[in-house]
Design a protein around this ligand. Structure first.
Ligand code: SF4
Ligand code: SF4
Ligand code: SF4
Length: 337
């Protein structure tokens, strides 16, 4: 399936004299020879030599951005300042949902996983990607005074973490200079497989700006993750634990710093799997928000049905046994089951 779109089946591991480039932004730790394409599809030596690919990619990124009216369908909008009255007045000018403002949706190309049910598989449409300068993008975002937050998603931001950090820093620097009272929350939505020091930098920016981080916890069982997403979930669980233990609750303002989220893939991610994930989160802190998403068929799993209503409710009940803040997302889909 990956070969059909020019991607390697496994992360490349060139050896000896063949080694031309190493990347360690995510769990895959690709080692490329001159003919290899990286697992995420963003790095390849021959293109680097022609100057097409940024590596390391701090100043340029493969990104497609657009604005979304707040409150958005952002996965954490059920508890963030854009969708609620939380965070006022330090992280929001509104003591209610931020109607009339926008969230900047920063869609990043490339992914360190390869999920069969991917609902954002256009991140693999590499022919359509644009390489944009962080500075140009920062100017555009800062210019629109109605933008109150930025959400990095994709694909997954892990494959371009240094770029997302440098763009965030540039935006904050420009705001500090032009309009120091302006609020600009910065959030990341990811599969959690990034390098730990980079992931921690993102967490600090999110906390400072009133933003948050959403982890896709696709499964607890490693074999299930390998079957559905092609790559192990060990780094995801480690990073979640590390950030949750060190940063959850540190802002002290009833504004959760991070959350977990699981797609209920029928027949694969049922209530048994949800129970394992909920238990894992509760052992760190039962107050961490957790969202269960109703599945609909997409990409290579179009033959699966929408999560059956009974299954969704069973999973919700199980998660609520362990956690105090559980949300059911994509509820409208249950109408069709
Ligand atoms: S980007 Fe962050 S602050 Fe904005 S809607 Fe999404 S979760 Fe909320
Ligand atoms: S991690 Fe997300 S974007 Fe990446 S393949 Fe999986 S579902 Fe798609
Ligand atoms: S970010 Fe891409 S190139 Fe780097 S290790 Fe991960 S998959 Fe490989």
């Amino acid at each position: 399936m990956r070969k059909l779109v020019g991607l390697p089946a496994k992360p490349p591991k060139a050896e000896g004299l063949d080694i031309q480039l190493k990347c360690n932004y995510c769990i895959n730790e690709c080692i490329l020879s001159k003919d290899d394409m990286s697992y995420c599809g963003l790095r390849n030596i021959s293109k680097k030599e022609t100057g097409e690919l940024p590596f390391p990619s701090r100043s340029k990124g493969y990104i497609h951005g657009y604005i979304d009216a707040n409150p958005t369908n952002c996965c954490n909008a059920w508890f963030c300042p854009a969708g609620t009255s939380r965070g006022y007045p330090d992280f929001s000018d509104y003591n209610e949902p931020e109607f009339g403002t926008y969230s900047y949706a920063a869609f990043l190309y490339g992914c360190s996983f390869s999920c069969l049910f991917c609902q954002n598989w256009s991140h693999k449409n590499f022919s359509k990607r644009n390489l944009l300068e962080a500075d140009t993008l920062a100017n555009q975002i800062v210019k629109n005074k109605k933008i109150t937050c930025l959400c990095y998603f994709g694909g997954t931001p892990e494959a371009q973490l240094p770029f997302t950090i440098s763009l965030a820093e540039l935006i904050l620097k420009k705001i500090e200079k032009q309009d120091p009272k302006r609020i600009m929350r910065i959030c990341w939505e990811w599969n959690g497989s990034g390098r730990q020091d980079l992931v921690e930098k993102c967490m600090r920016i999110a906390i400072k700006t009133g933003g948050n981080i959403k982890f896709d916890l696709k499964s607890f069982d490693e074999k299930l993750n390998l079957a559905l997403c092609g790559i192990s979930n060990t780094r995801t669980l480690e990073n979640f634990k590390f950030l949750a233990k060190n940063y959850f609750g540190t802002r002290g303002d009833d504004m959760p710093e991070l959350s977990g989220c699981t797609l209920m893939v029928p027949g694969y991610v049922n209530h048994e799997e949800v129970e394992l994930i909920a238990n894992f989160i509760s052992e760190i802190n039962p107050e961490i928000p957790y969202s269960l998403l109703v599945f609909h068929g997409d990409y290579q799993m179009r033959d699966l049905p929408i999560t059956p209503r009974d299954q969704a409710l069973k999973s919700l009940k199980v998660a609520q046994k362990y956690l105090n803040n559980v949300n059911l997302g994509n509820k409208f889909l249950l109408e069709f089951t």
